[in-house]
Design a protein around this ligand. Structure first.
Ligand SMILES: [Fe+2]
Ligand SMILES: [Fe+2]
Length: 219
């Protein structure tokens, strides 16, 4: 298909570039929020702050689990918890930066964190409890971020892109926790190496992105 036919199929580019240039000069104090911003800014800032609280609670829960992991499988699992904590912190930073771009204020209040967060802070007694709680939290994050992405739709593509990249990471986290839970369930008390292998495999997997603190756009 040549370019002309392709462009006819898509239709003409609807916005006058002179109009875009004119609007770009208006309200420059608003930075990244241009007159073409089509979403409900107040709602977007609220849901992004909820996502921020969710991430911060996840950082704290994974950190707690990292330090409290005990028992025969604990070394590899604790390393996985620490890795996830660092990635959740990266997500929190990305969301906070987007809130600033949108002219809002990221809410880091410890008092409000638990009421805003979609996930819970559950300490768990055993290693198995901890992994299960982390899996539950990842599943909740996946559901709520999917809803946020649907809400953002094509009205705020930048926020949507950020949340989509984070969602892809949460899906991998859930898979990591599921694999650990299965490994512990199948071989608890017998084969420590199995858990170590799962951790090594998830760490080595190039799909995991290498630098986990920076969510990448899914291909
Ligand atoms: Fe996260
Ligand atoms: Fe996560």
């Amino acid at each position: 298909m040549d370019a002309e036919v392709s462009s006819q199929k898509r239709g003409p580019f609807l916005t006058d570039i002179e109009e875009i240039r004119r609007r770009g000069r208006q309200h420059i104090e608003k930075g990244a929020v241009t007159p073409g911003y089509r979403s409900d800014l107040k709602t977007v800032l609220r849901v992004l702050n909820e996502a921020l609280a969710t991430e911060l609670v996840c950082v704290l829960r994974y950190k707690r689990h990292h330090y409290m992991a005990k028992g025969i499988h604990s070394q590899s699992v604790a390393a996985e918890f620490l890795e996830h904590a660092a990635e959740e912190q990266g997500h929190a930073d990305q969301i906070a930066a987007r809130i600033i771009q949108l002219g809002g204020q990221p809410d880091f209040s410890p008092e409000r964190m638990l009421t805003r967060s979609h996930t819970e802070y559950v300490e768990g007694e055993t290693l198995r409890d901890m992994i299960r709680e982390d899996l539950v939290a990842e599943r909740i994050a996946i559901e709520s971020y999917t809803e946020i992405i649907h809400y953002l739709g094509d009205k705020d593509p930048t926020s949507r892109w950020i949340m989509e990249a984070i969602l892809a990471n949460e899906a991998r986290h859930a898979e990591d926790m599921k694999a650990l839970l299965q490994a512990i369930g199948q071989e608890e008390g017998q084969h420590v190496h199995r858990v170590a292998e799962v951790h090594a495999a998830t760490t080595r997997n190039p799909d995991n992105g290498g630098n986990h603190s920076e969510a990448k756009r899914p291909k």
